[in-house]
Every structure is written in structure tokens, then in C-alpha cells.
Design a protein around this ligand. Structure first.
Ligand SMILES: [Zn+2]
Length: 200
């Protein structure tokens, strides 16, 4: 399977908006001119379900001015996270994308057949990765409610930029809010997922 097929794309995945949607050059230029830029954060530790170290690679691929991430295996079969245009989103959200993409490695998504876009299995994978990401940020970075709200606000802004409808934005935020408030450690949560999948 090509890396393209196994790629799990962060920002465009929730409702299956395709990366291949074309945008006019004019719109791109406008985006880049009005973008604020931020320092890029250090990536977190990330190990996949097979104990392999996951490398983070900064990149400027993807839609200009749009931060996104992608969890894949590279040409040599090594697990990586591509960090696209991170300087275009606030640090809190960069950390969230990193951990979301890492979660696709931690839960074994990257090595499993990629469910069809928009399928409930696909949306479930995305909700799981979002949940792991917010639990890690909560426990590793000590994010309190104010920190959580920064992530939620950035998530809202990024999804609105892409044109997601309000219902998908609010349901995604409500999912991470529920995880942040109700769930225990990220590792326990990941173990539950791996058990359910028969991976441990
Ligand atoms: Zn994802």
C-alpha cells in the first residue's frame, strides 16, 4: 500500500473534505498574506504500538497557510509524523496536532486498513486520536481549563478556515471536552483501544 493510501490526515479527516480540493491561487495568496506566524514547538515523545520510535518532520506541504499533520510510514517503512505549516497555528494547537497524529501510530491506525472517508470507522479513529491528544496535553503539559479552551478555540478557528460546518466543529469540541473531563490517563485509554482491536 502506498504511503498516500495509509496516510491519516488530521485536519481534513473529520468530514472527509479532501486535500485534493482545488483552491485558487488568489485565495492562497490572500491566506499567506494575512496569516499570523508562530514559533514551532518541540515535538512530544512518540512511540507506536510496536515500540518503534516515531520521528516528526517539519514540512511546508499541504495547503498554504494551513497547519496540518499526517501520520504515515516513510519510504523506508519508518513511522513518521509530517508537520505541515505549523508556524501558521498557535503553539497549543501545534501540540495538539502532534499528539493527534502520534495517536494514529500509538493505536495502530497507521498499520491497519484505512477505513473509507466519512465512514463511522474513520470518524471513530479520528475521535480516538483527538481524545488521546487532549488527554496527553492535559497530563503532560498540565493544561487547566484555560489551556483546554485555547486548544478548543484554535481547533474551531482552523476548522472554520477550512469551511467545516458548525455541527462538525461543535461535535469535535464536545468529544475532546468529554475526554478532558471524564477520562483517566492517556495510556489507559490507548490500552483499551489496543485491547479492543486485539493488538495487545
Ligand atoms: Zn487524524
Amino acid at each position: 500500500m502506498s504511503p498516500q493510501n495509509t496516510a491519516l490526515c488530521f485536519m481534513l479527516s473529520v468530514l472527509g473534505l479532501a486535500l485534493c480540493t482545488t483552491y485558487s491561487d488568489e485565495a492562497k495568496a490572500q491566506n499567506t498574506q494575512t496569516q499570523a506566524t508562530y514559533a514551532v514547538v518541540e515535538p512530544p515523545k512518540c512511540t507506536n504500538d510496536k515500540g518503534e520510535n516515531v520521528r516528526f518532520i517539519d514540512s511546508s506541504k499541504g495547503r498554504a497557510g494551513m497547519a496540518s499533520g499526517m501520520a504515515i510510514r516513510d519510504q523506508n517503512g519508518k513511522p513518521v509524523v509530517l508537520r505541515n505549516n505549523y508556524s501558521n497555528t498557535p503553539p497549543e494547537f501545534q501540540s495538539f496536532i502532534d499528539r493527534h497524529e502520534c495517536a494514529h501510530h500509538q493505536t495502530g491506525d497507521v498499520d491497519r486498513p484505512h477505513p473509507p472517508r466519512n465512514s463511522s470507522a474513520h470518524l471513530m479513529n479520528e475521535s480516538i486520536s483527538d481524545c488521546v491528544a487532549i488527554l496527553r496535553i492535559r497530563d503532560e503539559e498540565g493544561y487547566d481549563r484555560a489551556g483546554f479552551l485555547k486548544v478548543a478555540t484554535a481547533l474551531r478557528n482552523e476548522m472554520a478556515k477550512i469551511g467545516f460546518p458548525e455541527i462538525s466543529i461543535s461535535s469535535r469540541i464536545s468529544n475532546i471536552d468529554n475526554c478532558y473531563t471524564e477520562y483517566g490517563s492517556p495510556q489507559d485509554f490507548i490500552n483499551g483501544v489496543l485491547k479492543q482491536r486485539g493488538l495487545i
